[in-house]
Design a protein around this ligand. Structure first.
Ligand code: NAD
Ligand code: IPM
Ligand code: MN
Length: 368
């Protein structure tokens, strides 16, 4: 098969982890006899530096004409001037909106070998295997009005939390479809007790849920959900939530796996089952950011980016065996105690970003 992908490394540790993800992708492509056509595009702060915009037109057109997009991260202190209205983050936000990528799938799996890398107690982590389904193109991130003004001498600002029935229903449907191939439970997270959008969300969750009688639908307020995620995380199967809540809960959930550097994601424009046949590109990215505090040190964990490649192979190309080859290699390398510093414990064999990429690639080239 020919894989036609756009690669957008971005800023900070983005290029560092994407280099390892590409290494792994190349080894899978070789082992299984596929062909790769990868175009590299500018995005984020590095694109601002070179072109004055966070998403140059040719990057967006490259994404549109690809089968899938592999993205690193954007942003960093260099571009964080509060007065600037050009922001690196707009690059990824515009791609999500323009490609209609409303469904962000963020699996959270606690590997047994990493249980001691998490600050949480072992008994809480056993059996943790959930997916956060985050709405990605609506809510506070995009709705208007979104602006700042001065009223007399006082500065004011507004963001708008707006959701339509259609936007809520389609993300709920993705969550139910996913739960039907998993543990048959959906936890819909909202702020129903305070927000009007929360009440609409809950109403529509019930309506969509009625079409899936075999799936248990649980509603949970977001503040309680944040607490339950660390108190009893193994109780969750599929969590579905609006854009901002999903963003926050997924960073929190990454702690269950030991590190922010472990969580991959897929951003899709429809149900998972439709991705491989869709004419539209999906996007794959680690959930973490550009990690400026560790940039350039060669210590970023590339596993989230590498597992994002596995999600890409499975969802965009229907290459299950290839995806499993990556996931198994990651697991074996972790079982052999190799760790980047974010995951390291006393027993670990500490490796750099590129050494971790090499270890995983070696296992793909020489499966046991
Ligand atoms: P961050 O995710 O970049 O980092 C949070 C913490 O996690 C840091 O201590 C960092 O060192 C650590 N971390 C993150 N990824 C890691 C990895 N792969 N290996 C080891 N440790 C890792 O979040 P932040 O510091 O709040 O944001 C930094 C910049 O990244 C900001 O400009 C923000 O806007 C941007 N950001 C971008 C994305 C994206 O492009 N998708 C996502 C989140 C944040
Ligand atoms: C993420 C990031 C982005 C978001 C930022 C960089 C716009 O935090 O992908 O989780 O908030 O969606
Ligand atoms: Mn985030």
């Amino acid at each position: 098969m020919k894989l036609n992908i756009a690669v957008l490394p971005g800023d900070g540790v983005g290029p560092e982890v994407i280099a390892e993800a590409e290494k792994v992708l190349n080894s899978v492509v070789d082992r299984f006899g596929h062909k790769l056509d990868a175009s590299i595009g500018l995005i984020g702060g590095s694109a601002i530096d070179e072109t004055g915009t966070a998403l140059p037109e040719n990057t967006l057109s490259m994404c549109r004409s690809s089968d899938a997009v592999l993205f690193g991260a954007v942003g960093g202190p260099k571009w964080d001037s509060l007065s600037s209205d050009i922001r690196p983050e707009d690059g990824i936000l515009t791609i999500r909106k323009e490609l209609g990528l409303f469904a962000n799938i963020r699996p959270v799996k606690a590997y047994n070998s990493l249980i001691h890398s998490s600050p949480l107690k072992e008994d809480r982590l056993l059996g943790v295997d959930m997916v956060i389904v985050r709405e990605l193109t609506g809510g506070l991130y995009f709705a208007e009005p979104k602006k700042r003004w001065t009223d007399g001498a006082e500065r004011q600002a507004v963001d708008t939390l707006l959701y339509s029935e259609k936007e809520i229903a389609r993300i709920l449907k993705v969550a139910f479809e996913l739960a039907s191939s998993r543990k048959l439970k959906v936890t819909s997270v909202d702020k129903f007790n305070v927000l009007e959008t929360g009440r609409l969300w809950r109403e529509i969750a019930n309506e969509v849920g009625a079409n899936y009688p075999d799936i248990e639908l649980e509603h949970m307020l977001v503040d309680n959900a944040a607490m339950q995620l660390v108190r009893a995380p193994a109780n969750f199967d599929v969590i579905v939530s609006e854009n901002t809540f999903g963003d926050i809960l997924s960073d929190e959930a990454s702690v269950l796996t030991g590190s922010m550097g472990m969580l991959p994601s897929a951003s899709l424009s429809g149900a998972i089952s439709e991705s491989a046949t869709s004419s539209k590109a999906s996007l794959y990215e680690p959930i973490h950011g550009s990690a400026p505090d560790i940039q350039g040190k060669g210590i970023a964990n590339p596993i989230a980016a590498i597992l994002s490649v596995a999600m890409m192979l499975r969802y965009s190309f229907d290459l299950k065996e290839e995806a499993e080859a990556i996931e198994m290699s990651v697991q074996e390398v972790l079982n052999s105690e190799y760790r980047t510093p974010d995951l390291a414990t006393d027993k670990s064999l500490v490796v750099s970003t590129s050494e971790m990429g090499d270890k995983i690639t070696d296992r793909i080239n020489r499966p046991s």
